[in-house]
Design a protein. Structure first.
Length: 505
């Protein structure tokens, strides 16, 4: 609620709604950006943040509600319309041309000319003067792509503001920046807010929200949850608003956790890290143990899994298997040493939709055997049939294109792909996301069975109530760092949430 001391409203969004095939992506969302403020927009995957940005900036049409800038109605049908009205958006991936010079990017489409010729010296002087206002002293004749991502972001922001933007939307601008680059960007944001711009800052990094933002709006499942001053919103309460659950205990039943904890590590990661992805961490995985990985979206969970499986190559740290040093330069090496990885993005990184269930199931095994030891069609069919029965994949037709199966049955087929390789270490990233209740229960049972069979499992999940039911240890991540490890009876929802929020577990 506004007070007499609040700055005047600059952008007013009221009742914003957007539907896809009748399903609400946004429903009745209100948001007010005030002159000179930096306003955080927070929420987990599917909360509606991207849809809000796209409807406000004209990327897609809204189905309901209104947008007003300085009291005037805005009906943007394209980003160009929005920019003309005074609303600009800078995305995580800078939408400029890296092969052109900094000056050319700043004045693209509006170059100073004389007699139809571009006045390059004049454009260079203007570019230098423009960037000087952002404390940026660089060679504006050099290609934009030769500079850091932070400088590219500043250039994109400078161009947008110079095009008369009064509202600036920054969509995950710090996702690929290091601490020094983040500080540069925050300096620019504070400067612009001091000039009276309203800035909407979309991020997953709560420490950055604390550092730079004045107010916070939280979306969940396409609806407005709350808008509060940052000073009035404790971190723990913010986490509750984002996740939709209170700091309450959850019961959990474990197997012989103490026995498994006493076993020597099967695989040990020490100081493993990658700049810009996840800070160096130590992690042990033991046979017959499930280690859970918890944290907000963007905290570094998937980045950790990708490093462990060699999808991304670490720039520091060591790995050992059975006490012996191990080099994992790529997924092929990981598979050869008994590692398996089920990625979060099932449709884009997991299945080959046009191929059959049989072909999808045998892929990893065939890759490990190599091109000179091909599985016969009979062997492929026998393997597929066995795992279709074992995991109850429906319909039980190995020749059916996997893209025609439900999400839950696709997930089971992907699990079968890795189980065929008889792995020793299994990494599962959100294995139960987006599947029906029956398949969900089947996969939870399978995780427990694999643990009982002696596999070492790392399971990433946003469902905290779920993860505490099968994980003996839970590693908590925040802002791309491993910040806590909970063990045994300390593994409960309230302790996980407290660690995510930055308090004592």
């Amino acid at each position: 609620m506004a007070t007499e001391t609040d700055p005047p409203a600059l952008l007013e969004i009221a009742g914003l709604s957007k539907y896809f095939a009748g399903t609400p992506a946004l429903e009745g969302v209100d948001l007010v950006l005030r002159q000179g403020e930096i306003h955080a927009l927070l929420g987990e995957n599917g909360a509606g943040k991207s849809t809000l940005i796209k409807t406000v900036t004209g990327v897609m049409a809204r189905d309901g509600g209104s947008v007003r800038l300085a009291g005037a109605a805005i009906e943007a049908r394209s980003p160009t319309d929005a920019l003309r009205a005074g609303i600009a958006c800078v995305y995580q991936e800078v939408a400029l041309l890296p092969n052109l010079s900094v000056a050319q990017n700043l004045y693209l489409g509006r170059e100073p000319t004389r007699f139809g010729l571009v006045r390059r010296r004049e454009m260079r002087k203007r570019a230098e003067a423009l960037l000087a206002g952002y404390d940026l002293d660089i060679d504006v004749t050099a290609p934009l792509g030769s500079f850091s991502v932070a400088v590219q972001h500043v250039a994109a922001i400078a161009r947008a503001v110079d095009l008369s933007a009064r509202v600036l939307i920054l969509d995950e601008p710090t996702a690929s920046l290091d601490a020094h680059e983040v500080a540069i960007l925050f300096g620019v944001m504070r400067t612009l807010a001091g000039r009276g711009l309203a800035i909407l800052f979309v991020t997953h990094f709560l420490d950055q929200v604390d550092a730079v933002c004045d107010r916070i709006t939280v979306l969940r499942n396409g609806r407005l949850v709350a808008t509060r001053r940052k000073s009035d919103l404790p971190r723990a309460e913010l986490i509750e608003l984002m996740l939709g659950r209170a700091l309450a205990e959850a019961t959990h039943q474990k197997g012989a956790a103490a026995e498994q904890t006493a076993a020597p590590p099967l695989v040990r990661y020490q100081g493993l890290g990658l700049a810009g992805a996840v800070q160096p961490f130590d992690l042990d995985l033991r046979p017959g143990q499930v280690v859970g990985l918890a944290g907000l979206l963007g905290s570094g969970r998937t980045e950790t899994a990708r490093l462990m499986f060699g999808v991304d190559r670490a720039d520091c740290g060591t790995v050992s298997l059975d006490g012996r040093p191990l080099r994992i330069a790529d997924p092929r090496q990981a598979i050869r040493h008994g590692f398996a990885y089920l990625p979060e993005e099932r449709k884009t990184e997991g299945i080959f939709a046009e191929l059959s269930v049989r072909e999808n199931i045998i892929l990893a095994l065939q890759a490990r055997r190599g091109i000179f030891r091909k599985l016969s069609r009979r062997e492929q069919t026998e393997i597929a049939d066995r795992y279709i029965r074992l995991l109850d994949i429906r319909p039980a037709d190995p020749e059916r294109p996997i893209g025609l199966l439900s999400g839950g049955n696709q997930q089971k087929a992907l699990l079968a792909r890795w189980l065929v390789t008889e792995p020793r270490v299994l990494i599962l990233d959100e294995p139960t996301r987006g599947i029906d209740v029956g398949a969900h229960a089947d996969i939870i049972r399978l995780i427990r069975q694999l643990c009982a069979d002696g596999l070492a499992l790392l399971v990433i999940s946003s469902e905290l109530e779920e993860i505490v039911t099968y994980a003996e240890d839970v590693v908590v991540l925040r802002d791309r760092a491993h910040v806590a490890r909970l063990t045994g009876e300390a593994v409960c929802v309230s302790a996980i949430l407290a660690a995510i929020a930055g308090g004592a577990p």
